[in-house]
Design a protein around this ligand. Structure first.
Ligand code: MOS
Length: 736
């Protein structure tokens, strides 16, 4: 019904989730399922010399122990053997050779009647290695860094940043460091594979059912039509399920060989090498300005780690090119090979890392200039994209700054570090900017109007938690003129019309646009049918003369002239009416620079005796186009703030570089914020109308809300303590 878009709406899948009715990948009841358990390597580099699986094979309930010695040769019909997320190199494929390329690499898969039997037997598998020295320390191997992008792809310098930096009256230069961080969704990765007559059905946790389908079809050398991927619920992923990880292939392989369904779940420990991670990133930022605060040079150079077998790039430096008006900008991005798994996109990849460095450097510059940090950002506000001269399709960042600063009380800030105390706490205020691309990709949807007046909407999208079920149902109901209860939205099946990856915060713009256009087209089909009726009051009505409300079409000029959708179907002897359509980004977009923005203001209280930091207050204002569902959108921004607190203060995967082994692969050693760590958080949206981005006027916001938070916290910590911590996380020992 009109007016549903923008109306706060509770999650329609909420009840199913909290009552356990929602089935996650490894929960589907499949008869006669056998259980797998992984054995992982204890070295980071070398070769498997020998595997002794005899004891494991004889253990109770064991059906098979798969290793590289007995795993079947697979087809790999896609010669590039890619997972379509654009990395150079060759993806890791388990049990295909004796080579070890990272510590905790899977070296055997034990399959047994029960999980406990498989786990017990896994402990009996003996592996001998020929170990060679591994290299996992990004900081120590920086000298070997190579360009992350080809010369053609790497952006050219703007102006002469090095000369401008040399000549500038005021300048700052520093190195900022982000450690390896891991996605830790509540649901651990898992799959159940079932083969029937040469066709594969796999229940998988994924952000992209169609990519898993293509991946498995290539590996097993079968048509994509013979692979069915089912993934209706995803218990968080944050990027960790953007590409097929190694377990779907292993699960399907074991099921095919044993001629029996097989289930495989990572343990929490295996989650740390079972998918990628945010790479270890070292960034040098050099900023120069005139005395009046006008930026004259930005130099942003990053070095990040990748694996030995693939080049992962997330581009932490490009935000420096577009965020502020500055005539001279030079960026550089390099990689170093390490004997670790390949990194992977993790919430706000690139942007949150790059903005941590850039926004902290800007804070340092503000102190060097004695100009307020917010004022400095306004002095350098980019009215058009400084990198390509294009206008922004919309950019209401100024309003974000204004409203957030007012709510926060920023004007009352005493800029002097250590100037504010509250009892034993040092109080600090810091701020930063956030930005994220507002992407859209081609997507398709099918809409079925049923004889009972309900509608079914289908697309191969995912919902890893942001509320896609609700938001897309809302768009369908609004467009069709139905109450949301009458829309049944189904996603997460590869047989549904094509949808892009559920990542990059593009789903609402992409899938929402597809659903909107399909609904509109379906309604026109319905009206055309009605017009054939000789007595129809709509005979001469144009599309714009009609309204669709409460399951009826009516004349705008005379709403009493109306007919129910069900009536039209009935008259035409139809049990249902279907439409399938695709929506793609409009060409008009190319004339504009398109992104979403936000401003964050943070208060911290630092205990001087213990060096502990409490984020006592956050105000975040976001400009992200038209908000489809304020309830779930607000929840996304809250989540971004919470994660930003984790990134700033807690998250760090520790690696013992002697062994190339992660030391804290569990939630006891890898810290994330809990409720007690989160205090007052106020996030809201400013009005932003955008007629270019897509007909819905919607921009993605799932990642945006996190982007400036770590920088704002670090800046607040400096204001509180006078200590500039440039390497995350800001833990007590760094502050004391
Ligand atoms: Mo997001 S890191 O694109 O899932």
């Amino acid at each position: 019904m009109a007016g549903l878009i923008g109306k706060p709406t509770k999650r329609i899948d909420g009840l199913a989730k909290v009552t356990g009715a929602a089935k996650y990948a490894a929960e589907f009841p499949v008869k006669n399922v056998a259980h797998g358990y992984l054995v992982t390597s204890t070295i980071a580099k070398g070769k498997i010399a020998a595997i002794n699986a005899q004891a494991a094979e004889k253990a109770p309930g064991v059906l098979r122990v798969f290793t590289h010695l007995n795993a079947p040769k697979l087809a790999f019909t896609d010669p590039k053997d890619k997972d379509n997320i654009g990395m150079d190199g060759k993806p890791f494929r388990p049990l295909q050779s004796s080579e070890i390329v990272f510590n905790m690499q899977p070296v055997a898969l034990v399959v047994a009647e029960t999980f406990e039997q498989a786990r017990y037997a896994a402990g009996l598998v003996r592996v001998d290695y020929n170990e060679v020295e591994s290299s996992t320390d990004t900081a120590k191997t920086q000298a070997k860094a190579f360009p992350a992008m080809s010369e053609q792809r790497a952006p050219k310098p703007r102006g002469d940043a090095f000369a401008a930096f040399a000549d500038a009256p005021v300048k700052v230069a520093a190195v900022y460091e982000i450690p390896v961080e891991h996605h830790n969704p509540m649901e651990m990765h898992g799959a159940i594979a079932v083969w029937e007559n040469g066709e594969l059905t796999i229940f998988d946790k994924t952000q992209w059912v169609n990519n898993v389908r293509g991946h498995l079809a290539s590996i097993f050398g079968i048509e994509t039509s013979k692979v069915k991927v089912v993934s209706p619920y995803v218990g968080g992923a944050f990027g960790s399920s953007l590409r097929p990880n190694y377990y779907p292939m292993l699960t399907a392989l074991a099921a095919r060989e044993l001629k029996r369904p097989v289930k495989l779940n990572y343990t929490r420990r295996q989650m740390f090498t079972g998918h990628g991670y945010r790479p270890h990133t070292l960034q040098t930022v050099k900023l120069a300005a005139e005395q009046n605060g006008k930026l004259t040079a930005i130099i942003h150079e990053a070095v990040a780690n990748t694996s030995s077998y693939e080049n992962y790039t997330e581009d932490p430096v490009s935000v420096a090119r577009t965020l502020y008006a500055c005539p001279n900008v030079a960026t550089d991005y390099k990689l170093v090979k390490t004997d670790l798994p390949t990194p992977l996109y993790m919430r706000a990849p690139g942007a949150v890392s790059g903005m941590f460095a850039l926004e902290c450097a800007l804070d340092e510059l503000a102190y060097a200039l004695k100009i307020d940090p917010l004022e400095l950002r306004l002095i350098n506000y980019a009215e058009k994209d400084p990198d390509n001269g294009k206008p922004f399709s919309s950019k209401n960042l100024r309003e974000c700054y204004r409203q957030a600063a007012a709510k926060f009380g920023w004007s009352k800030r005493n800029p002097v570090p250590r100037s504010t105390r509250d009892g034993k706490y040092l109080v600090g205020w810091g701020m930063a900017t956030g930005t994220w691309s507002a992407g859209q990709a081609p997507a398709a949807a099918k809409v079925i109007l049923n004889a009972d007046g309900t509608a079914t909407v289908q697309t191969a999208a995912s919902d890893m938690g942001p509320g896609t079920y609700t938001t897309i149902a809302l768009i369908a109901a609004d467009t069709l003129g139905l109450p949301i209860e009458k829309v049944n939205f189904e996603l997460g099946k590869s047989e549904f019309p094509n949808a892009p990856v559920h990542g990059g915060s593009i789903t609402t713009a992409s899938v929402g646009s597809a659903v909107q256009t399909t609904c509109q087209s379906l309604l026109m089909k319905l009206v055309e049918m009605e017009k054939k009726n000789a007595n129809s009051p709509f005979k001469n009505a144009a599309e714009t003369d009609l309204i669709f409300e409460n399951g009826r079409v009516a004349l705008k000029s005379n709403p009493n002239q109306k007919v129910a959708f069900t009536e039209i179907l009935k008259r035409n002897n139809l049990a249902k009416l279907e439409e399938t359509k695709q929506a793609a980004p409009d060409k008009e977009r190319q004339k504009y620079s398109i992104s979403s923005h936000g401003a964050q203001f943070v208060e911290v209280r630092v205990d001087e005796d213990f060096g502990t930091v409490k984020v006592s207050r956050v105000v975040e204002m976001t400009a992200s186009g038209r908000i489809m569902n304020p309830t779930t959108a607000h929840s996304q921004e809250m989540g971004g703030v919470v994660w930003g607190v984790g990134m700033a203060l807690m998250e760090e995967t520790l690696i013992d570089h002697r062994y190339g082994r992660m030391m804290n692969p569990n939630l006891a050693g890898y810290h994330v914020p809990v409720n007690a760590d989160i205090h007052e958080v106020d996030t809201d949206f400013v009005h932003e109308e955008d007629k270019i981005v897509n007909p819905l006027g919607v921009k993605g916001l799932g990642e945006l809300g996190m982007v400036g938070i770590p920088a704002a916290i670090a800046n607040a910590v400096f204001h509180a303590t006078g200590k500039r911590i440039r390497n995350l996380p800001i833990t007590p020992e760094k502050l004391i």
